[in-house]
Structure formats: C-alpha cells, structure tokens
Design a protein around this ligand. Structure first.
Ligand code: PEP
Ligand code: MG
Length: 563
C-alpha cells in the first residue's frame, strides 16, 4: 500500500483483466455465537425474537433470489425455505427453554439438524451448507451485525473480501459486480479462475483492502493488479484511457487464432458446467480445451449416475456442434475434494492420491464417467477428446488410454502437470494422441509452492523462467513424437505468455472465454519467429519480472494495452 488514507494505492496480483471505478462493498466474515452469551430467562419472548430474525433472513434471501442468475437462484430460495422451517424453529425453542442464549440456541439447533441430514445422506446431506448459511445470517442479525457473505449489491460495486469461496463467486454477475479484490488467494486459485470465467476484473493479494471504509470510491485495474482508493480525476481519466485503448486493441478479431504469418494456435475455452458451455459456445472460440468435469460435482455427496452424467455431457457436446471438446476426467482430491470419491485425510493432499491416482483406485468412479462420456459421444458424434489429470508415468498413461479406447472414444490424451511427465513427455506421448499442459499444477510442483497459499504467490508467477524451461522440455517431446501439445492452465490466457508458449511450440491455448480476444490480438501482431525469439529471451531471464519485461520490450507496443 502507498499513499495516505484518503488517497491510497494497493498493489496485488491482477488475475482477471479489465478496469472499473465504483463504490467499495466489503464481504463480512460470519460472526460466531459469543462464548459468554447470557442465558435465556424468558424462552417464549426469546423464541419470538428469533422467529422474527429468521423471517427477516428468509425475506432477504428471497429478495436476492429474485435478482440472481439461474445458477444461484435455487440455492438462495432453498435457504429461504429453511429459514422458515417449523422444525428449525421448534429445535431453537427447545434450546432456549433449556436456558441457552439466542445465538447459542440457533447454533446448537442448526448443528442438531445438520447431524441428522448428514446421516440421511444424498440430497438431504447436501442441504447442510445452506442451513449453516441461514445460521450465520441469523446469528449476525441477533448480534446486530450485517449479514455475512456477499451482500445484495443494489448499485454496481466493487467487492472486497479476505477471500471468496468459489460458491460465493459463482453468484456474482457483471451487472452489479464491477470488480473483485481479495486480500488472500493466488493467481491460480479457483476463485481467480471463476472471476475470469465470469469476465469480472479481479485482483488478489491486495493486503489491507478490508480496512478501506465501505462506500469509498475505488478504481481497479485487473490487468496490472492495481487498486486506487479515491482516485483523482486525472487517475480516473487515465484508467478510462487505458480502457479505451484496450477496447480498440481488442476490436474486430473473431477468426481462428494464428500468428501474423499464419501459424495456427487454436483458441479454446475452459469450462466447468453445462451453463459455461452454453455461454462459451456463443463466443468465437474454436472449441473447448478443458472441461473441468469435477466442477459439476463439487457439492455432491453421492456419485452421479451414468444416466445423469450422460445427460450433462450430451448437453455440453451439443452446444459445441462440430467444434472440438477436450474433456478431463474427474480431477478429485487436493483442493477439489469430492465427497463421493474421498480416500480419507492425507498429510499432503496435493502430493497424495488425487487425479488419475484416485481414478485408478476408485475404478467404479472412473468407469462410470468414461461410460457416460462414450454414451454422450455416440449420441452426438461430437469431436470429443478425453484426457486424464495428473499423469506422472507411462504406466498411468497406458492404463488410461486402454480404457478410453476400449469404449470406442476417438481420441485420448493426458494432462502434463507433473514435472516428471514434462521431462519425459516423449515416452508418455507414445501411448496417447495429445497432451495439454496444466501450467497451474506444473508450476506448483516445479516450484514446490502450494497454489492455494497466497503468501507464496511470488513463486507462482507463471512468467517464472523455470516453468518455461519445463514447458519447453514437454514441447520438445511433443515435436519429437509429432503429437500436439496445448496449454489449459491460466498461463495460456495471458496475452504475453501466449506468445512465449506459441514460440515454444504449443498448438492450442485454452482459457476463460473472456480472455480469448486479447490473446487472439497478441498472436496476430507477431510472427512465429518473433514468438520464438521472445520465448528464448523469457527463458534467458533470471526471474519472472525479467522474463515479462524482456517480452514487452521486444513486442509490438499494443501488447502492453492488452493486459
Ligand atoms: C492446471 O493444473 O493447470 C489445470 C488446468 O488444472 P486445474 O487448474 O483444474 O488443476
Ligand atoms: Mg491441474
């Protein structure tokens, strides 16, 4: 942070490009029931108060539901129904009669129901998160505090939070949320990924932003990672000018991705849901380079049936017609645990039984998914390419390839996101048709830096020359085997890195659809030889900042406007 309180600049990491100016809204954390709460002496009166508060919570949730997206509406409506549930009111009354203070009574009654729901499993168990959200809202109101979580945005605002859960981020829309700023989070955290998926400018690691008063005017530049509190007229004008230059640089391009001299680099979309697929299919993208299927099931307690999965995959395939769709089998474990495919706690989940390792143990889960993908492929005849996450050895690659081919699926590939697979990509590619570089995990494992740990963000800068060296090794294997290698990690959506990656020999880049225009423009401004020279310069740098500076120096000046 630099400057005084009235006029301050924060520097974080820009994770979703775009600029905006608007009032700041703070996402408040959920308050806990105080441990020293006074006991209830008049249970009937206290029950009336709590009932009134729960009704207020229900009305608030309904009001948000009315304005929410299709995705978020049912979640909010379910919460309102729960707040009005007579069983909950009765449970709270019993706790009050036992002498507990109001917030303690609400907490205890909700926990009792949660235990019951969890024991029932299935749909009921999935309602536990909604019920705890109702509890947090009711406790906050009883304490006279604002409701926690993302408040209703009545005017277009910029949202600041310590961190945002992916579920909260998914409820935001570009109409009311102009920008997202978090104190925590890293460039490849799933909240950052969702923000760019939604096309909302975002900056993470903006330490101190929560101390800025609600309602203060702030300017956010999600490309360079800068936030200005109370911007001067001159600063706002500069931001506007940057916005105008960016829009001008992006205008016009809709064709297939290619360098200035025609070297093709397919520009593909990263998606996680059928809704993402419908939206992305309307954009000028050449297909899907990464369908993160685990995003479909993050809140599921039970395994979706083959029929249910087939229906979803069919919907996604149909949305893209003849365009390619690269589907990744479930990447469960580590930061994306799936309840129905959980192997229990591990010391180091990111180094544990995740991705293909879990798939090889839970073959029932893997087989059901592949069966559904094969059925959806047969039903649509789409250009489906199936790949596995976290491949480290040739044995894993052959195990997977045999399964996929046995089901008649036309193309099989692997993700290269473990350094071992990048170093020995030649052997791995021998068994499959293609590979896609998952630079998010490849970087986490190359640098031994947990991608979830915001404090390590400096080690997770995708311009890191060590990462580029590992990518280069993987690409050499691809060229030797004559097999295509793409990139589907966040690095692929960075217009400068896209040039470096093209120079290293990748044949496709997959990213949040909103990032495609900037990457298309960047490629179209440079020849393949220039990209190769930039790749060499970036690899010759001593650190990430040096690599980016070297590329910007060699690039067309318009590149700087694309961030
Ligand atoms: C990656 O690791 O780069 C990747 C694309 O997969 P995910 O971000 O889902 O782990
Ligand atoms: Mg990964």
């Amino acid at each position: 942070m630099t400057g005084d309180v009235l006029h301050t600049t924060f520097h974080g990491i820009g994770v979703s490009a775009g600029t905006a100016v608007g009032p700041l809204v703070i996402v408040t954390p959920a308050p806990k029931a105080p441990t020293d709460e006074a006991p209830t002496t008049d249970a009937a009166a206290a029950a009336d108060v709590v009932r009134g508060v729960l009704e207020d919570v229900a009305v608030g949730l309904e009001a948000r539901a009315a304005k929410a997206s299709d995705h978020a509406r049912p979640i909010l409506e379910a919460g309102a129904m729960m707040a009005r549930d007579p069983g909950l009111a009765m449970g709270i009354e019993n706790q009050l009669k036992a002498g507990k203070g109001p917030t303690t009574a609400v907490t205890a009654a909700v926990e009792e129901i949660c235990v019951m729901f969890e024991a029932l499993g299935g749909y009921m168990a999935e309602r536990v998160t909604d019920l705890r959200d109702v509890r947090d809202r009711a406790v906050a109101r009883l304490l006279g505090k604002p409701e926690p979580g993302v408040p209703t945005l009545t005017v277009p605002s910029i949202l600041a939070a310590h961190d945002l859960a992916p579920a909260e981020t998914a409820t935001l829309t570009t109409e009311t949320c102009l920008g997202i700023i978090t104190e925590a989070g890293g460039p490849t955290s799933h909240t950052a990924i969702l923000a760019s998926q939604l096309g909302i400018p975002a900056v993470v690691q903006a330490v101190g932003i929560m101390a800025v008063p609600v309602g203060t005017r702030v300017a956010i530049d999600g490309g360079v990672g800068e936030i200005t509190v109370n911007p001067t007229a001159e600063e706002s004008a500069m931001l506007e000018e940057r916005k105008r230059r960016r829009a001008a640089a992006l205008a016009g391009g809709t064709g297939n991705g290619a360098t200035k001299d025609g070297y093709p680099v397919a520009l593909l979309a990263n998606i996680g849901t059928a809704d993402d697929a419908r939206k992305a299919a309307k954009q000028p993208v050449e297909g899907v380079g990464l369908f993160r299927t685990e995003f479909l099931f993050l809140d599921r307690d039970t395994m979706p049936t083959v029929e249910e999965q087939t229906a979803t995959y069919t919907e996604v395939f149909e949305a893209f017609g003849t365009r390619r769709i690269v589907v990744r089998t479930l990447d469960a474990g580590a930061d994306k645990p799936l309840k129905f495919a959980d192997l229990g706690p591990e010391e180091n989940p990111a180094l544990g039984r995740r991705g293909i390792r879990l798939g090889m143990i839970r073959t029932d889960v893997m087989d059901a998914q592949l069966e559904a993908l094969a059925a959806a492929y047969k039903a649509t005849g789409a250009d489906v390419r199936v790949m596995a996450p976290m491949i480290a050895t040739q044995a894993e690659a052959t195990w997977f390839a045999e399964k996929v081919r046995a089901l008649g699926l036309p193309k099989v590939g692997v993700m290269i996101e473990v350094p071992a697979a990048a170093i020995r990509s030649r052997g791995i590619l021998y068994h499959v048709d293609f590979a896609s570089l998952g630079t998010n995990d490849l970087q986490q494992y190359t640098m031994a830096a947990d991608r979830m740990q915001g404090e390590l963000a400096d080690l997770l800068n995708p311009w890191e020359p060590a990462l580029l060296d590992v990518v280069a090794l993987a690409c050499e294997g691809g060229q030797a085997m004559g097999k295509p290698i793409g990139v589907c990690g966040e690095a692929g959506g960075d217009p400068g890195l896209a040039l470096v990656l093209a120079g290293l020999g990748v044949s496709s880049l997959s990213m949040a659809p909103g990032k495609v225009p900037a990457v298309r423009t960047a490629l179209g401004l440079h020849t393949l030889t220039q990209c190769q020279q930039m790749a060499a310069a970036a690899r010759a740098a001593t650190d990430a900042a040096g690599a980016k500076a070297a590329v910007l120096k060699m690039a067309d000046p318009v590149l700087a406007d694309l961030f």
